[in-house]
Write a protein that binds this ligand. Structure first.
Ligand code: C2O
Ligand code: CU
Length: 438
């Protein structure tokens, strides 16, 4: 207890808000969407585009987003990663679904800069698969100066030869989809197959990468070229990390600095194979092509220290809660996806201002991306070791038979929250829990 009271309220609460009001209308509907020349799918999405419009604000702004539902079924929008009041979180425990023909107005202050996203939180296995998602970007004056910026939303779709959404069919496909999550062969960047990403030679851009797919483990690779990780789910990390690949699991975001490249270079943006013990064989796949155009002057400035992140807890901090993710047999569906040995769990409440140190244990033989709604946490230990670097996260991958310790501080946003596996089919099958912040 004594140790806990020493923990300060995170510094992000102290930023001066700019206090503008930013308004958007999102119209949910079904529409034809061309993913490649002549290849039209019946998508579900926002404002007739896939992904939905990118929503932008500055730290401290109030966003007012009116969602109108023109679909034939209820929907709701969840603001993935935003630390907003519980009643605005867009889940079934905090609001009534928006019925066909209804409008719901979401209104909240955005307290943190970073790459966030929004997506449907009703019948997700269908609504998200069909395209009900988009990016939400919050900017701040402390962002590094870049030559340009791209938002890269990753998805894949499982379509029939007629470009229709295949329903999970009979026994075998259904079991596979439940086990693996739904992964398809139609590879999309910003709603397009085989897209071209243009960048000027000599320049360095910030690419905000969002994995909006149901189940794909995306290992971003630029044909071996080095790039720098500068941000994760909860905004900038402390120091840029030079890498040649980075894993982005469903729900996660990674901001990278790419370039400079030489004029005339062309190379693929691919995902390397990631073996997550699925029925489907893991393979290396190309999602888009990067084309380097004429040389341009650069103004980029990426400081060695992007910001300071104070640790919430030491690696050996006492565990306050255990969350076990496991997979068990089920008579009805062949397999059940469990949190602490149960499905669709109601977990114990947590108290405002009481440091949470959770042990996440994955006892299954497959990976699960764990997502906590409305809060940022820090990974303080991963299989007995400190993490490679400090970051604020809201989604993190748990490898098979692994344990992780995360720390987070419930602030005074009281109400119902949830955590779940972000492989949408696992979430739907029960690997989720609600809990209250009191
Ligand atoms: Cu993006 Cu309930 O999650
Ligand atoms: Cu899972």
């Amino acid at each position: 207890m004594k140790e806990q009271t020493k923990v300060n309220v995170p510094i992000w609460m102290e930023k001066t808000p700019t206090k503008a009001i930013v308004e958007y209308n999102l119209e949910a509907s079904e529409f034809g969407w061309e993913i490649a020349p002549g290849k039209i799918i019946q998508a579900w999405g926002f404002n007739g585009q896939l992904p939905g419009p990118t929503l932008k604000a500055n730290v401290g702004d109030t966003m007012v987003i009116r969602v109108t539902n023109h679909l034939k079924e209820p929907t709701m929008v969840h603001w993935h990663g935003l630390r907003i009041p519980a009643v605005m979180d867009g889940t079934e425990v905090v609001q009534k679904p928006i019925e066909p023909g209804e409008v719901f107005e979401y209104r909240f202050v955005v307290p943190d800069a970073g790459t966030f996203w929004y997506h449907s939180h009703v019948n997700e296995t269908e609504q998200m698969e069909k395209g009900m998602y988009g990016a939400l970007i919050v900017e701040d004056q402390t962002d590094p100066v870049m030559d340009g910026e791209k938002i890269i939303v990753i998805d894949d779709m499982k379509l029939s030869a007629e470009n229709e959404f295949t329903k999970p069919g009979w026994f075998a496909p259904r079991i596979i989809e439940r086990h693996d999550g739904r992964q398809g062969d139609t590879l999309l960047i910003n709603g397009q197959e085989n897209s071209i990403l243009d960048i000027h030679a000599g320049q360095t851009e910030r690419w905000r990468v969002i994995n909006a797919s149901s189940a794909r483990y995306f290992v971003l690779h630029l044909d071996g070229r080095e790039f720098k990780i500068i941000g994760t789910d909860g905004g900038l990390i402390e120091h840029p990390q030079l890498v040649t690949e980075v894993l982005i699991t469903p729900g996660e975001r990674v901001d990278i600095a790419v370039g400079p490249f030489n004029e005339g270079e062309t190379f693929p943006l691919e995902s390397l194979a990631y073996n997550r013990s699925t029925f489907l064989k893991a393979k290396r796949e190309t999602f888009a092509t990067v084309k380097v155009g004429e040389q341009k002057h650069s103004v980029v400035f990426i400081p060695e220290t992007l910001r300071q992140i104070e640790p919430l807890a030491k690696q050996d901090a006492a565990i306050t809660r255990k969350v076990k993710l496991s997979v068990g047999p089920s008579l009805k569906d062949g397999m059940s996806f469990l949190v602490n040995n149960d499905v669709h769990v109601h977990d114990k409440p947590v108290l405002t201002g009481e440091l949470q140190v959770w042990e996440l244990a994955n006892t299954s033989l497959m990976d699960h991306p764990f997502h906590l709604h409305g809060q940022f946490f820090q990974v303080i230990e991963e299989d007995g070791k400190a993490p490679a670097y400090m970051a604020w996260k809201d989604t993190v991958n748990l490898t098979p038979r692994s344990k992780m310790k995360i720390a987070w501080m419930p602030d005074d946003r009281k109400g119902m929250w949830m955590y779940h596996c972000h492989i949408i089919e696992h979430h739907a099958a029960g690997m989720m829990a609600h809990f209250e912040v009191k």
